[in-house]
Design a protein around this ligand. Structure first.
Ligand code: MRU
Length: 354
């Protein structure tokens, strides 16, 4: 590890495998308390994904993989077939936790493929645990590579807007969109960040503002409703966000509100970038196939424990939206940057990295 990595994005890992346990930062407690939780049962990992103890597409992918590693260790199956059937049961429970981030499916499938390669029970367990640990290590390297590529798009004295949290806390460490911001700063450029609050769960104020401030990056927090204002005032040079799923057409699914930010950026001629690893691409689905997670009404009818809406109000609370390819200036991956037209550039990217 280099000197630069001795900050929150490496000294604290969002998720880690230690002594046959999964250890996570409980993100629901941030920024008020830094609490670590330990799991030995894959059902606990599933619940942690469901309740946003761990969140962010790459972190969910690795959590799914670690969940299956726990399931392998928990299983008392005496034969390969019975162990694979236990793993399949766990895979389904973990998969059903959150529907939109494709990294979860990717992480679970990678582990199932590894498991099937084992000849007998003890070898399968070892393979599964080692594959999950490798995925976690690779996530950090991928983010750092993505950071280097992405930093070339940003200039000295840029003010960069970001939405939600695509940071160290959304990955194993370093982050995707915030990884690019970190690499830009570490490359010697003077930059500032504007973070949206990201209602209703406030990943922007609770997580992005927390981790950037912790790393000494100049960050200002705005309410989501001030996006148009700060852009119209000329206070933003570029936007960068992460993604939960990117289609082969360049349609990007990300935290609710991303579409509004991208539309507003287009209106003001501000470049809008997305940073995501190849594991976030879904080359098979069409826009109408993607399930947008709908979350509980209480996230909207209150802030924290405080009720801010009348009883029995009807609520619409989608967790993600879809940003159209024509609003996106470039997509940064660990294998390079793709630009429009996306059908062509994404196809080339995948062909070159089979
Ligand atoms: O509901 P969340 O907090 O899991 O949503 C997270 C996002 O939308 C992130 O922007 C996305 O997962 C990219 S994380 C690198």
């Amino acid at each position: 590890m280099t000197e630069q990595t001795t900050k929150i994005h490496s000294s604290l890992k969002t998720i880690e495998w230690k002594d046959n346990k999964v250890i996570m930062i409980d993100q629901t407690k941030l920024p008020n308390a830094l609490v670590f939780v330990e799991f030995t049962d894959y059902n606990q990992v599933a619940e942690a994904i469901r309740t946003l103890v761990v969140r962010g597409a790459p972190a969910i992918g690795v959590s799914g993989a670690f969940g299956l590693a726990l399931a392998a260790l928990q299983s008392t199956a005496p034969t390969k077939d019975e162990l694979l059937s236990d793993l399949e049961k766990a895979r389904k429970i973990l998969f059903d936790t959150r529907p939109t981030a494709v990294n979860l499916k990717w992480g679970l499938e990678k582990i199932m493929e590894a498991a099937k390669k084992g000849a007998e029970v003890s070898q399968i367990k070892e393979l599964v645990v080692n594959t999950a640990k490798k995925m976690a290590d690779e996530d950090i390297q991928i983010n750092m590579t993505m950071g280097k590529y992405g930093s070339e798009l940003f200039d000295n004295n840029d003010t960069i807007m970001t939405h939600c949290n695509a940071g160290a806390l959304a990955t194993v460490a370093y982050g995707t969109a915030l990884g690019v911001i970190r690499a830009t700063k570490d490359g010697g450029k003077n930059i500032k960040v504007i973070a949206t609050e990201t209602r209703p769960v406030q990943q922007g104020s609770r997580l992005t503002a927390f981790e950037l401030k912790h790393d000494g990056i100049d960050v200002s927090l705005i309410p989501d409703t001030a996006v148009g204002y700060v852009m119209a005032q000329g206070l933003v040079n570029k936007v960068i966000v992460g993604a939960d799923r990117i289609l082969r057409t360049g349609h990007v699914f990300n935290k609710i509100g991303t579409y509004q930010v991208a539309t507003m950026a287009k209106r003001h001629g501000i470049p809008f970038y997305v940073a995501a690893p190849l594991s976030t691409f879904d080359m098979d689905s069409n826009p109408e196939d993607v399930v947008i997670e709908q979350r509980k009404a209480s996230e909207v009818t209150g802030i924290g424990d405080k009720k801010t809406a009348p009883d029995d109000i009807k609520v619409i609370n989608p967790a993600f939206d879809m940003t159209l390819p024509e609003l996106i200036s470039g997509i940064i991956t660990e294998k390079g940057i793709v630009k429009p037209p996306y059908e062509e550039s994404i196809k080339k990217l995948f062909e070159a990295n089979k």
